[in-house]
Design a protein around this ligand. Structure first.
Ligand SMILES: Nc1ncnc2c1ncn2[C@@H]1O[C@H](COP(=O)(O)OP(=O)(O)O)[C@@H](O)[C@H]1O
Ligand SMILES: [Mg+2]
Length: 208
């Protein structure tokens, strides 16, 4: 799974959170680099406040993202790319054209689900160019006991994408770790449940 992209059509869905935490989880087994392809630069910011020299490096996006990813793959097993919050952004278009796996975080809310319908068209286009691209919606910020969250899985079945069996829950540790430039893997017992679900997501996307 050399190139994993976090894409979507909405800010706040969890692309950067998942990019950084997936990279940290993958880095426990492989060498990983992150490309921050979102001009907002949140992943770069995250890395900048980290005091952990062994955390995965975050690179500024270059004009030719594909060439940049290929170059990084000479030194790293895996490249995680954090995309801007629009499928119409040139960076997202480029990444869908060469990535292996596009993960699309969606919050369990109707607005987010509607926004993901636009992704469907863009992904269909990308498939013509890059038939091996896999796309998977990831429910993020799930609150298991709410009716909304229960309804979301049904609503998602109407969208033409597969949905990851692993959902990521809303947990304070995702925010707290980010404030310190850390991943949930660096948070000890407070991060254990989050780390377990990120590991599970990694397991799911790398083995199926
Ligand atoms: N599973 C989660 N639990 C709690 N907070 C989360 C979770 N995922 C994301 N967040 C928070 O939601 C906000 C938006 O997430 P972010 O990753 O920046 O989204 P995006 O990159 O898609 O704009 C951030 O404040 C982040 O800390
Ligand atoms: Mg972001």
């Amino acid at each position: 799974m050399p190139v994993i992209a976090l894409v979507g059509n909405k800010g706040g869905a969890g692309k950067t959170t998942l990019a950084v935490n997936l990279a940290a989880g993958l880095a426990r087994h492989h060498s990983v680099a992150v490309i921050d392809a979102d001009p907002q630069g949140s992943a770069l910011q995250w890395r900048a406040i980290s005091d952990d020299a062994s955390a995965p490096p975050v690179a500024v996006a270059e004009a030719d993202l594909q060439r940049q990813a290929i170059t990084l793959l000479q030194d790293y097993h895996c490249v995680v790319i954090d995309c801007p919050p629009s499928v119409h952004a040139p960076q997202t278009g480029a990444v869908l054209g060469f990535g292996d796996l596009a993960l699309i975080p969606v919050q369990p809310s109707p607005m987010d689900l509607w926004a993901s319908v636009h992704i469907e068209q863009s992904v269909e286009e990308a498939h013509k160019l890059n038939p091996s691209l896999r796309t998977l919606l990831v429910i993020n910020q799930l609150e298991p006991r709410t009716t909304l969250s229960r309804l979301v899985r049904d609503a998602l079945s109407e969208i033409a994408f597969p949905v990851a069996a692993t959902a990521v829950r809303r947990r304070v540790v995702y925010r707290n770790s980010a404030l310190q430039g850390k991943s949930v893997f660096d948070m000890g017992r407070r991060g254990a449940d989050a780390a377990a679900e990120i590991d599970q997501l990694i397991q799911e996307v790398t083995t199926t």
